[in-house]
Design a protein around this ligand. Structure first.
Ligand SMILES: NC(=O)c1ccc[n+]([C@@H]2O[C@H](COP(=O)([O-])OP(=O)(O)OC[C@H]3O[C@@H](n4cnc5c(N)ncnc54)[C@H](OP(=O)(O)O)[C@@H]3O)[C@@H](O)[C@H]2O)c1
Length: 431
């Protein structure tokens, strides 16, 4: 194969070369593929299937020049024979070392690895910047939905105020299954595993860590500030009960695991939490393993993007899209413009579920605790359960810190029959 990099062109894969005296010939873009598992194998196939289309669009024909697996390939040889390195190993070790070495060697890198970027983003972006190469990772967040491209390119000059959405398909499938069938959390998780929507060890997904890594990446890009996994507060869906879904159904609400990154006067907050949404919210109808991300800014009002959040072929398609962007010479810039503080004390509205003894003074006791903590009640519904009663209360929006203090005090009241359960509520109206 012809060497396509001169001293001054080594870092660019855009362009078309000519063979001396003859017609224009398309030179290959040599891809070093690290990992050939679910996504890597789909990507390998896709490169073969779409090579003509990529060549027609960019003038360059992609080819997989080498594959690294645990049982196959040598990283140094693959690096030496590649123009673009595609990392589809996952995890941080050895992916971090391989990606850093590729970037420092002047190779463009595409990765689908959210953990790697959320945990080591600063050094990876710096290495890419120092080497003058591209580091792209569209598939790391929300699968095939081009949310990274939209934030980094279409909205590059926009002051984003909030980016939020459903960024984990496993939990969205489980919550949808619970809502539709009345299944318990563990039965819905079992169904997700049967259908391949949840892994054998689902803890990163159901505990919110996967969504937290994706939100760290989105917040970093949207707000042009360093954000790492430690800056994200997160909780998962393991404690959601069929009762909570029954309540949601009765009041026309949807329960979703949301990632929310927003600007505040004193900085930004980045959080992941289960949350009730009112009917009419653009994220309410997003069901099953689908993802959806909304971006808000004064100049754009709001946009919503939705689509499959995972899957071998879908993810591979996003990875190939990044390779095409590199070949076409489009270069997104991630620059830190300012270092924003992470604000942890934010305002939220809450739903509160209490099982209590059905006797006089109970409601007064609860509202007294809420009042002492300056938490104001919006609505209360009570159901009789024999000698006990179920109270479902919705609070007005207020400081989370005050609600948490009230919850701690309520948990100690002697008429409580089980620990209180609280879930955030987003009351925003969309018309
Ligand atoms: N699966 C999805 O739907 C999806 C969606 C979005 C993003 N992603 C991301 O895409 C990446 C790949 O996911 P996947 O589901 O394709 O993973 P996977 O099926 O587990 O495949 C991992 C591949 O990496 C190779 N590998 C693992 N450790 C290695 C090592 N030490 N040295 C060399 N090769 C090694 C494995 O080699 P062997 O073949 O020898 O075992 C395998 O080929 C991850 O970052 C994941 O988060 C996946």
């Amino acid at each position: 194969m012809a060497a396509i990099w001169g001293r001054h062109s080594r870092r660019s894969v855009a362009g078309r070369s000519t063979s001396e005296g003859g017609p224009a010939v398309s030179e290959a873009v040599r891809i070093g593929l690290l990992g050939r598992g679910t996504v890597g194998a789909a990507f390998f196939e896709l490169v073969g299937e779409r090579a003509d289309a990529v060549e027609a669009a960019t003038g360059r024909r992609p080819e997989v020049a080498g594959v690294l697996r645990r049982s196959e390939g040598d990283f140094d040889e693959i690096l030496a024979g590649s123009d673009v390195v595609v990392e589809l190993i996952g995890g941080t070790d050895p992916a971090r070392e391989y990606v850093l070495r590729a970037l420092r060697d002047g190779k463009h890198v595409v990765s689908a690895n959210k953990q790697l970027i959320a945990q080591h983003g600063d050094e990876l972006f710096e290495a890419a910047r120092d080497a003058g190469v591209q580091f792209r990772f569209e598939a790391a967040v929300a699968g095939v939905i081009p949310v990274i491209r939209v934030i980094q390119e279409s909205l590059a000059a926009t002051e984003v105020s909030k980016v939020f959405g459903i960024v984990n398909g496993t939990t969205n499938f489980i919550l949808t299954e619970m809502a539709k069938t009345g299944a318990s959390y563990s039965d819905a998780l079992g169904r997700a595993q049967e259908l391949g929507y949840a892994e054998a060890d689902p803890s990163d997904d159901v505990g919110g860590a996967d969504a937290a890594a994706k939100m760290a990446i989105l917040a970093r890009l949207a707000f042009h500030t360093p954000v790492s996994l430690d800056d994200v507060t997160f909780e998962g869906i393991e404690n959601v009960q069929p009762d909570d879904l029954a309540y949601a159904k009765e009041f026309g609400l949807s329960l979703k695991l949301l990632g929310v990154a927003e600007r505040h006067a004193g900085g930004i907050s980045v959080r992941v939490f289960p949350c009730f949404l009112y009917r009419g919210h653009p994220l309410a109808p997003v069901e099953g393993p689908f993802n959806a991300v909304m971006v808000e800014a004064p100049s754009i009002t709001e946009i919503t993007m939705s689509g499959p959040g995972a899957g071998g072929i879908e993810t591979a398609s996003a990875v190939l899209g990044d390779v095409v962007s590199i070949v076409a010479g489009r270069s997104p810039v991630h620059a830190v413009r300012e270092r924003l503080e992470v604000v942890r004390d934010v305002d939220s509205a809450f739903y509160l579920h209490l099982e209590v003894a059905d006797r006089p003074g109970v409601l007064a006791g609860i509202t007294a605790v809420l009042g002492e903590n300056e938490v104001s009640v919006k609505s209360v519904v009570q159901w009789g359960l024999g000698d006990d009663a179920r109270l479902v209360m919705v609070m007005h929006e207020g400081a989370e810190r005050r609600f948490e203090a009230a919850l701690e005090a309520i948990a100690t009241l002697d008429f409580l029959r089980s620990p209180p359960r609280a879930i955030r509520v987003i009351e925003e109206e969309f018309v």
